[in-house]
Design a protein around this ligand. Sequence first.
Ligand code: GCU
Length: 608
Amino acid sequence: MKKSVIFTFFFTLITLQLLAQNELIANIYQRNTISLDGSWKYIIDPYENGYYNYRYQPFDQQESPGNGAFFNNAKPKSPADLVEYDFDQMNDIQVPGDWNSQKKELLYYEGTVWYKKSFDYSKSEKNGRLFVYFEASNYKTEVYFNGKKLGTHIGGFTPFNFEITELVKEEDNFLVVKVDNKRLKEGIPTLNTDWWNYGGLTREVRLVETAKTFIQDYFIQIDPNDAEKITGSINLNGPNSNNQSVEIKIPNLGITKKLKTDQKGQVDFTITTKNITYWSIENPYLYDVSIQTQEDQTTDQIGFRTIRTEGSKILLNNKPIYLKGISIHEESPLKGGRGHSKEDAEKLLTWAQELGCNYVRLAHYPHNEHMVRLADQKGILVWEENPVYWTISWENQNTYENAENQLAELIARDKNRASVIIWSMANETPNSPARNIFLKKLAKYTRDKDPTRLISAALEQKSYKDSKTIRTIDDPFAEVVDVLSFNQYIGWYDGLPEKCETITWKIEQDKPVLISEFGAGAKHGLHGDKNARWTEEFQEDLYIKTIAMIDKIEKVQGFSPWILVDFRSPRRVLPQIQDGWNRKGLIAEDGQRKKAFFILQKFYEWKK
Ligand code: GCU
């Protein structure tokens, strides 16, 4: 057999093995990590010249890619050598952080940027394993380490990690990452969105040191059918995973349980206990839960609660709750651009609490992990959403697998967070047979992965039969969800605010109803008659009339108006008013509150 055929066969085999990124390492903030945040070198590469040769063949599929491949971080070995790039002479870019808000020339850029980080690593006394963990990177990310391809990740808002144990050296390691934020018709999300396409290594990057056999993952929650039973599963990763002793401790419940993993390094367990302090909005109690094995130990803070629906009620710990919410995009209220930090999360959730919220809809994609960990601590309920937004390529199998994979990564990261009560499958997707098959499959997948939470999606409303004044939800997916949510913009896209006084609602499903969006644009500081669009008075009047209309819908158990803060969108180009911003925020991007903020705040204070 020709040498090149043999090479191709083994190269493909290794590549396929490498390309599948490793299972996510759980509880990343409690692991032994080395931050790679800070200054990286970067090269803007709109023609992907560092990735494809002149015949448009990927260098990383060539036998000897040579100096053209940026992932080799090549340097001339002699004065005659041809190398047409040099990371180390390039400027710095900060990680974490999108490139759009860091570099003026990249504000609208959609394409490839290469990142390079060099570091030494003293592995002398360590005989464990080493991974590189990305909290998120938007959108398609190809990761190379010391010239070797680790793999590819698709999706801009969920974490992924690759093992580099066998590749790391004591000195001069170089991590090269190709990030491409081009929007794709077959992508998740697709070409058409109403938010800024922030590209880059938008969240933290870190090395993770683990034992040879370590605690990979665990899921520990209250049994949905028995509030006095804690159920869980733990799985280990490494050569000694099977038949391994595992001890789980919950000191404040006086629990210590000794377990043994099976042949696959996994163990399921249940713990029955009477005196649980349930996590709640009023008392967001978190238990220290520690897991110990022969070689590894990790401790997480977990809240135990139940969430379920009964008819048109949402029950938290068997008590009906009303979700006083607000929708939020992941933009930094402190410095603009894609939010990522604990400080960003603290600011956004503090503003939500000042508004009187006990619930936030994190639109339209998974936000950073700080948001849900802070929501756990603050007692704020959370709706998390997969970016299946608007006109997705429903018939494309790769698109479905991409959507399922991003949802799987979100669930893997946040499945132990008490604050997360709703997994949202989609936002405003047009009803069609292909879309219904796609979403039903996604919902089934989610229920199988996580039976402890509720499923919803932001649907759309329509006229009831040919009535001019009655609205309803007529969507096959409404039969699948646990919570019936829909966006409505009566008074903004659909007539004017007084139209709210003529509309009634006929919700035929016996399910809890959430209004997942309503709102109006207003430029902060623009005042005038309440009939003048874009004034704060117009937005204020819409909130008054919409809230009055919503409060009459008996199955409504809450709502999350659109939106907490004005946010960047390339769709919003009205000079002097929008200038590239969606102005439906209750707070302007400089933190100033608009009049409608106080209307909603007053309603939430009043609403029991
Ligand atoms: C839609 C959509 C949002 C969008 C909003 C708007 O409901 O879900 O993503 O920003 O309307 O038009 O402002």
